[in-house]
Design a protein around this ligand. Structure first.
Ligand code: MN
Length: 243
């Protein structure tokens, strides 16, 4: 969840679309508050069936060995370190993991990869990936999905129209993560997977905001919840928010 401040009061917040999509797909969404004790991540995951890493603010480049670019936005290093620990603990436990927007970037960083701190400043000829003043459910660009990938099996198609609200993107996936979707005009990474486990998927678009325009976009969450458990009602955790 994302830290927020109103006057003298401090909050943790998350956009409702994540929990609503998990619930609509048959899961039970539970929030994990942000902790200053990354060593306790495995304890927080006890009894959980899956991990959802949500969107939010930029990721600190200190987590992948770079200094901040001028165009870097606000960061929260405590949140970054906490979610990296949650991701690694969930990997150890072999839980299904779904990363969305910031979540796919977090996955790459946790695996030793790196990010573009700002797409327009650090890539040439890129498509706009953060249109101004558009609702979350607005389709903005296409992605090309690799045949044989998990995302391809879920969507059943080579091309998908998606929304796009990110000025950062994965540069190097890191570890075993494979690129399974890109933006065709500029090759910006739009999905990552580890094919050696049943369900480990990161998407750069906000699939959780798209069920309102077409139930087809909810298939992603159906697949995630199915992977989380066939018998008991699945619980999927959400570890952050915004963006
Ligand atoms: Mn995009």
């Amino acid at each position: 969840m994302q830290s927020a401040r109103e006057g003298l009061r401090r909050y943790l917040k998350a956009q409702r679309n994540y929990a609503e999509s998990v619930e609509a797909a048959g899961g039970i969404p539970l929030y994990i508050p942000q902790s200053a004790e990354p060593g306790r991540a495995a304890e927080y995951l006890e009894g959980m069936n899956a991990l959802l890493l949500t969107g939010g603010q930029d990721i600190s480049p200190l987590t992948y060995g770079e200094e901040p670019h001028q165009k870097l936005g606000a960061v929260d290093l405590q949140r970054d370190r906490w979610e990296i620990a949650l991701y690694r603990a969930a990997r150890e436990l072999r839980l299904p993991i779904l990363g969305i927007c910031r979540g796919i970037q977090l996955m790459a960083v946790a695996e030793g990869g790196s990010l573009y701190q700002d797409i327009p400043a650090q890539t040439a000829g890129s498509t706009g990936h953060y249109p101004a003043d558009m609702p979350m459910e607005s389709l903005h660009h296409s992605i090309r999905i690799k045949e044989g990938s998990l995302l391809h099996s879920i969507c059943g198609r080579d091309m998908l129209e998606v929304n796009s609200f990110h000025h950062q993107a994965v540069k190097e996936p890191g570890g075993p993560l494979q690129i399974t979707a890109v933006s065709p005009s500029d090759d910006i990474i739009e999905a990552l997977e580890d094919p050696s486990v049943p369900f480990l998927l990161g998407i750069q678009y906000h699939g959780e905001a798209l069920k309102a325009i077409d139930p087809e976009y909810l298939e992603l969450f159906h697949a995630f919840i199915a992977a989380a458990g066939e018998t008991a009602p699945a619980k999927a955790l959400t570890a952050s928010q915004q963006g």
